[in-house]
Write a protein that binds this ligand. Structure first.
Ligand code: DX5
Ligand code: ZN
Length: 214
């Protein structure tokens, strides 16, 4: 299981140093939550900010776009140093075109499904994808409770990926901690996003290690 700390829970006055701190703590990816105040009822940061914090780590930037028109901004996020870009299947941009745009920049592409969206909506695109992100909370805010009823979606996706012989990574995001990460692993999650569980821990390195060992 790879651990991707969500920087949404960091001290943004120290954004770069917080990334460095997560790198030192053993994070596998840096999960960056981009919100536009339209697709979700919250605003975070965009590509200009990302560009400045990119130099604080060499670990992959896993960019989760919670924005209405991802296609418009793909170049900006690629220029800012994204390694993986995931966007919502519920967003307004053409899905095939957006995936193609991301991949044309040599960046990995992923689709995200909100809790009320069926996982089957990503199946037509599966062979073009590097990752599928299953939301285990409603997107928009950190610190919410894990929705265990999303795990059957992970299982369905895992068996679809396996039966087609694909190597798409499954990521889960929202409310993940040591109390539920084993359930995620069992269902077939490869990458767990954790905001609160890592940032509110006294020792993030220990928290990440514990998440991996559970
Ligand atoms: C929610 C974000 C998540 C969130 C995770 O919209 O996509 O990445 O910050 O934070 P926790 O682990 O606190 O739920
Ligand atoms: Zn996220």
């Amino acid at each position: 299981m790879l651990i991707a700390p969500s920087l949404l829970s960091c001290d943004f006055s120290q954004f770069g140093n917080e990334i460095k701190r997560m790198d030192d703590a053993g994070a596998d990816y840096m999960h960056l939550d981009v919100m536009d105040g339209h697709f979700v009822p919250n605003i975070t940061f965009g590509a200009p900010v990302m560009k400045y914090v990119r130099r604080f780590t060499e670990k992959p930037f896993d960019v989760h776009l919670m924005i209405s028109e991802p296609l418009k901004y793909i170049d900006d996020f690629c220029d800012a140093g994204a390694d993986i870009i995931t966007f919502h299947v519920e967003a307004d941009s053409d899905i095939t075109e957006t995936i193609a745009k991301i991949k044309s920049r040599g960046v990995k592409a992923g689709l995200v499904v909100k809790p009320k969206t069926e996982v089957e909506t990503v199946f037509p695109y599966l062979d073009q994808l590097d990752m599928v992100l299953i939301m285990t909370v409603e997107p928009g805010f950190g610190g919410q409770s894990f929705m265990a009823d999303m795990l059957p979606k992970v299982e369905k996706l895992r068996s679809e990926i396996n039966s087609r012989g694909l190597s798409v990574l499954i990521e889960a995001d929202g409310g993940i901690g040591s109390q539920n990460i084993a359930l995620c692993a069992k269902a077939g999650v490869d990458v767990a996003v954790a905001g609160t569980a890592v940032f509110k821990a006294d020792d993030p390195a220990k928290a990440i290690e514990e998440l991996k060992s559970v």
